[in-house]
Design a binder for this molecule. Structure first.
Ligand code: UDX
Length: 434
């Protein structure tokens, strides 16, 4: 089928490449000319395992191309996906100006007799589909189209496999014609498709992300009880996770959730619930617990070092999770900023995130960046692990210990084995484990 995706960010670009991979012809549209130029040169604006090969292969096969023209995209596609950003506003609600603009732009280029399915893939508040529909009709009363909600559940760092083999595909539609086209489009993926009304599909995305955030805050709250009682949160998580009704995924205690989805989506769901007159107070507690994880971690460091001023501290990890270069809303970035604000001399290392952290000016001026985990540890009075990159677990810890001034280790993601570390001579502090 012929598809067009408006917005070539994480969701748009990965979806475009994967749709092309299963045989569709895809046009990715973006109004950022620099990004389109990069893509024309075969450069991928984001780091995502497997994405580069996928893009290059499908461009070479003639199934994937890039343009800044919405008209080109809409003219040549049966289905038009909207995958533009929906950033948070100061009050937690979602800024829908990009979606509204794209709806007007689509209205402006839809030709008479040209039926199109307009699909909302961005994460949006319930009822946005209705507004997109009304907007296109207002600006182009004779246009023939249906609006469908098709939320995306991919995770950064494993976006390609998540998109190629999702647990489910949700299609919210009020039109049989649109539903049939969507089913045909997703047929090659051979995964269950849940068809719902538009509002339910929109709510599924917020409810799913908020539930996963709740799971993380739940285990983080349990980790505090483990610390107070001497129990081990990893064992507790294994024990409850073996119950198939609960499951072990997303029960990893640590510094809390970050990234561009969970913090924003939980806030938005709270704002949506309040707007609808049914405030979702449980989610406020989820946020409170999440914010508290970093305070508890910093308190532990202070308990050991007393005053942070002039202390040499090494931080491993800057991205909000491993296998990505994304540093937006990263707890690790907040950590280094707070340490530096207290006068600590911080040296950080991250396998993929340092370039973007510098580009986006997220780091304090006095922070030093190292070329390797070992270099970061040089002379440090404490080593903090903030992101669970596998590379960190594979370090030569005898060399790390020898390089450090004092072998104090704070593992904010419970990546390392406490016994092994202690046997090597480290003073090990994890989260919720003795
Ligand atoms: C998330 C959702 O998983 C995905 O379905 C949605 O489409 C977008 O938002 P993403 O933000 O890419 O994906 O990352 P995810 O792997 O879900 O992790 C989010 C945050 O939670 C990270 O900061 C991670 O470190 C943290 N996390 C995750 C935990 O602290 N503990 C866990 O057990 C799992």
């Amino acid at each position: 089928m012929d598809l067009c995706i408006i917005g070539s960010g994480y969701v748009g670009l990965v979806s475009g490449a994967c749709f092309a991979e299963v045989g569709h012809t895809v046009i990715c549209v973006d109004n950022d000319l620099r990004k389109i130029d990069m893509l024309h040169r075969g450069q991928i604006p984001i780091y995502e395992p497997g994405l580069e090969e996928l893009v290059l292969r499908n461009v070479a096969a003639g199934r994937l191309r890039f343009t800044h023209s919405i008209e080109d995209g809409v003219d040549n596609s049966q289905i038009v996906f909207i995958a533009v950003p929906t950033p948070p506003q100061a009050d937690g609600s979602v800024d829908l100006t990009y979606i509204e603009r794209v709806a007007r732009e689509i209205a402006g280029v839809l030709k008479p007799g040209q039926y199109r399915v307009v699909v909302d893939k961005s994460t949006v508040p319930v009822k946005t589909g209705e507004k997109v529909d009304a907007t296109i009709r207002r600006y182009n009363p004779t246009a023939e189209f249906d609006v469908v909600s098709n939320p995306e559940f991919l995770r950064e760092g494993c976006a390609v496999p998540d998109l190629m083999k999702p647990d489910r595909i949700v299609v919210g539609s009020a039109s049989q014609r649109a539903t049939d086209l969507m089913k045909r489009m997703y047929e090659p993926f051979q995964v269950p498709i849940l068809v719902t009304d538009v509002s339910s599909a929109e709510l599924i995305k917020h409810a799913a992300n908020s539930f996963l955030s709740l799971k993380i805050s739940y285990i983080n709250a349990v980790s505090a009880i483990c610390e107070a009682s001497g129990a081990d949160v990893e064992m507790v998580a294994d024990g409850i996770g073996m119950d198939r009704r609960i499951g072990r995924n997303f029960l990893n205690a640590g510094l809390g959730y970050g990234g561009s989805c969970f913090p924003k989506d939980v806030k938005a769901f709270i704002a949506i619930s309040e707007e609808l007159g049914v405030p979702f107070r449980l989610l406020q507690e989820v946020e409170r617990i999440n914010a508290g994880q970093l305070d508890v971690f910093i308190k532990k460091i202070k308990d050991a070092l007393w005053v942070l001023r002039d202390k040499r501290i090494a931080v491993w990890g800057l991205t909000f999770k491993p296998d990505t270069d994304d540093v937006r809303n990263s707890v690790a970035i907040e950590l280094v900023n707070r340490l530096v604000a207290e006068g600590a001399q911080v040296t950080a290392y991250d396998p993929k995130g340092m370039e973007k952290a510098v580009e986006y000016k997220l780091l304090p001026a006095s922070l030093k960046l190292a070329h390797s985990p070992l270099e970061a540890a040089e002379g440090a009075e404490a080593l903090l692990l903030a992101t669970e990159w596998k590379e960190f677990a594979r370090q030569d810890f005898a060399a790390v210990k020898a390089a450090m001034h004092t072998p104090l280790l704070f593992d904010g993601r419970n990546l390392l084995n406490p016994k092994t570390m202690r046997d090597m001579g480290f003073t090990y502090h994890g989260v919720g484990r003795p």
